[in-house]
Design a protein around this ligand. Structure first.
Ligand code: KG4
Length: 337
């Protein structure tokens, strides 16, 4: 089954063709990162306009890359939530029109379910159940993936997402947007251990997380240094900050595995590209005897292929939608349509 998949929830327009949920035939991406970098973050209105400008040409490109005609497409999958509402609406409206004109089913896909499904593309033998750590620009979740479309949230951030925290830390470190990768690179230059940063715990909810205090601490530290004319050890701050994020995430994933009895763990989302978090996860899983899957870096960030992968399993579960399908800025991953 060939699925034409659309992703437009943030600042990447992506169109892919995926066969049977596992084989990527085409994965075309138009990134807007350079435009938003001028503003230090995503400007929602600009994001929507850019999606409108390129989605049709990108679809042609994906079909060409896949070497398939429109008539060979069996279904259309699309991110319908969560994300910037205007941006999501562009992909959704376009996908609806394609599905309608081709007379094929329309499959709504939750963006974070898509991130998790990136693992199915990278690891052909991987099947649920497993535990997923989904860490992206807008979400930080520990999820029990009971089956392809049956998920339960075990832990979540109570405030900022890990990626949001990286992007704000990058800004005060004088690094460009999106900040995750440059903070990662800067952190490699230092052994850290210089700055004492907060590690928050949520009373009565040991698997939940909080990153807003850490974000504020980094911002205050940098501003204070500037005000008193003190030189900041930028490498050490990047390193200590990243370590604080990793020390919040990794022990909770291990604890969630212990509590749920799952022995397989998958990482997902843009922040899963972080080298320190990846090596900490690897070490912790090895020590505890868990099997760890982490998608290659190019499948961690937003892409259309992951939507095509999850779309296949949503289709098998009978999750298709009519033309009344709406877009949502927020939507629980565990919730069906
Ligand atoms: O999954 P993603 O591409 O988009 C969303 O669905 O949000 O995640 C984007 C986030 C951004 O906050 C970006 O700074 C972060 O992922 N990111 C990283 C790294 N690469 C991207 N964070 C930490 N380390 C990285 N190497």
């Amino acid at each position: 089954m060939k699925i034409l998949a659309f992703e437009s929830s943030c600042d990447e327009t992506a169109v892919a063709v995926v066969e049977d949920g596992r084989k990527v035939l085409a994965d075309a991406i138009a990134s807007q990162v350079d435009i938003h970098a001028l503003y230090g973050g995503v400007v929602p209105e600009i994001a929507s306009r850019k999606h409108v400008e390129c989605i049709a040409a990108l679809t042609e490109q994906a079909l060409k890359e896949a070497g398939c005609t429109r008539q060979e497409i069996d279904a259309v999958a699309v991110t319908y939530a969560p994300g910037l509402i205007g941006a999501v609406l562009v992909g959704l409206s376009f996908a609806k029109s394609v599905a309608f004109s081709l007379g094929v089913p329309l499959i709504p896909v939750h963006h974070i379910r898509g991130h998790i499904a990136a693992n199915y593309l990278a690891f052909p033998d991987l099947e649920p159940p497993f535990l997923a750590l989904a860490i992206s620009g807008g979400n930080t979740l520990i999820i029990d993936v009971r089956d392809y479309t049956d998920m339960v949230i075990l832990g979540a951030t109570r405030d900022d997402a890990a990626g949001e925290c990286f992007d704000k830390a990058a800004r005060v470190l004088g690094l460009p947007y999106p900040g995750g990768k440059p903070v990662d690179e800067l952190a490699q230059t230092s052994a850290g251990g210089v700055y004492k940063l907060p590690h928050a715990h949520v009373d009565g909810a040991p698997l939940d997380m909080s990153f807003s205090g850490l974000k504020t601490a980094v911002v205050n530290l940098a501003h204070h240094a500037e005000q008193v004319g003190e030189e900041l050890d930028r490498g050490a701050l990047a390193r200590d900050f990243t370590q604080a994020v990793s020390d919040t995430l990794v022990p909770r994933v291990i604890e969630a595995a212990k509590q749920s009895g799952r022995t397989v763990i998958c990482a997902a989302g843009g922040v899963a590209a972080n080298s320190i978090i990846r090596s900490d996860l690897e070490r912790a899983c090895k020590e505890n005897g868990y099997t760890l899957y982490m998608p290659p870096l190019k499948l961690c960030g937003d892409n259309g292929a992951m939507i095509g992968a999850q779309g296949y399993y949503e289709y098998l579960a009978g999750h298709t939608a009519g033309m009344e399908l709406n877009a949502y800025a927020t939507r629980d991953i565990a919730e069906g349509l």
